[in-house]
Design a binder for this molecule. Structure first.
Ligand code: SF4
Length: 210
C-alpha cells in the first residue's frame, strides 16, 4: 500500500538507494509493474513531471547520509537511459559526495544506443562512475521479446544483445536479468548470458492480487 502520495524520485529498500528519474520507456512490457501499481515499498513512483537534476540532488541530499548505503541504483518506473545526461550528471554528483566506495548500478532495458544515437553509451556510463549494469532480457529470441516487451522500434532484441556486448567490453560488470514467465525459455537466456560471458539472474514475477 502506498503511504506517501507525493511521487518519489529517491526511494529505498534495505540498504539500497533507488533513483526513479523518469517514467519514459521504449518498451511497453505487458507485465510492467507500473501497469498495475502506483509504486513499491510504500513509495509512489508515478511521476507527475520528470525531475530536474537539481530536484534529484536535493532529494538525494536529504537521504545520502541517512545510513551507510550499500549501492545506489538507477531504476524505477522508466528506462534511465531515456535521460542519459541527467543520469550521468547525478552519478558524478554521487561520486563526488560519497567517494569511490559506493557502488552505482544501472538497471536498464538495454536500449541506450537507440535512445542516444551517435553516443558511446557504455563508455560514458563507465566514465560517469557506473560500475554495474543489470540488463533486462524478457525473451529468448526476437519474437518472444517483441511479444512480451512490445518495444517501440525494430530489432530491439538485437539492440539489447549489442548493448550487453559493448557494456562488457567497456569494463562494466554486466548481468542479464529475466522475469520468470511461462512463455520465456530461461535456459536459452542463460545460454545467451554464457555466450556473452556475463552473469544471469532469474527473478520471480510478482503478480498483483486485488
Ligand atoms: S522495460 Fe522495465 S520500465 Fe520499461 S515497460 Fe518493461 S518493465 Fe516497464
Amino acid at each position: 500500500m502506498i503511504t506517501d502520495e507525493k511521487p518519489n524520485v529517491v526511494y529505498w529498500l534495505g540498504s539500497s538507494l533507488y533513483l526513479n528519474i523518469t517514467n519514459k520507456c521504449s518498451n511497453r512490457c505487458w507485465f510492467c509493474l507500473r501497469n498495475f501499481k502506483q509504486g513499491v515499498g510504500g513509495f509512489n513512483l508515478k511521476l507527475k513531471t520528470e525531475p530536474t537534476i537539481a530536484e534529484v540532488e536535493a532529494e538525494l541530499e536529504q537521504v545520502l547520509s541517512m545510513r551507510r548505503w550499500h549501492e545506489v541504483v538507477f531504476t524505477g518506473f522508466g528506462e534511465p537511459t531515456e535521460r542519459l545526461d541527467v543520469l550521468l550528471d547525478i552519478a558524478r554528483w554521487i561520486k563526488r559526495r560519497s567517494g569511490s566506495s559506493l557502488v552505482i548500478r544501472l538497471d536498464t532495458n538495454g536500449h541506450g544506443y537507440v535512445l542516444n544515437k551517435g553516443r558511446d553509451v557504455a563508455l560514458e556510463l563507465c566514465a560517469g562512475g557506473i560500475s554495474k549494469v543489470s540488463v533486462s532480457l524478457n525473451g529468448h529470441d526476437s519474437e518472444t521479446y517483441n511479444e512480451n516487451c512490445r518495444p517501440t522500434f525494430e530489432d530491439a532484441f538485437g539492440t539489447v544483445l549489442d548493448f550487453i556486448g559493448k557494456a562488457k567490453a567497456a569494463g562494466l560488470e554486466v548481468e542479464i536479468s529475466a522475469v520468470r514467465l511461462p512463455e520465456v525459455n530461461t535456459e536459452k537466456i542463460k545460454a545467451i548470458a554464457k555466450a556473452l560471458d556475463v552473469s544471469f539472474r532469474l527473478r520471480d514475477y510478482i503478480q498483483c492480487f486485488w
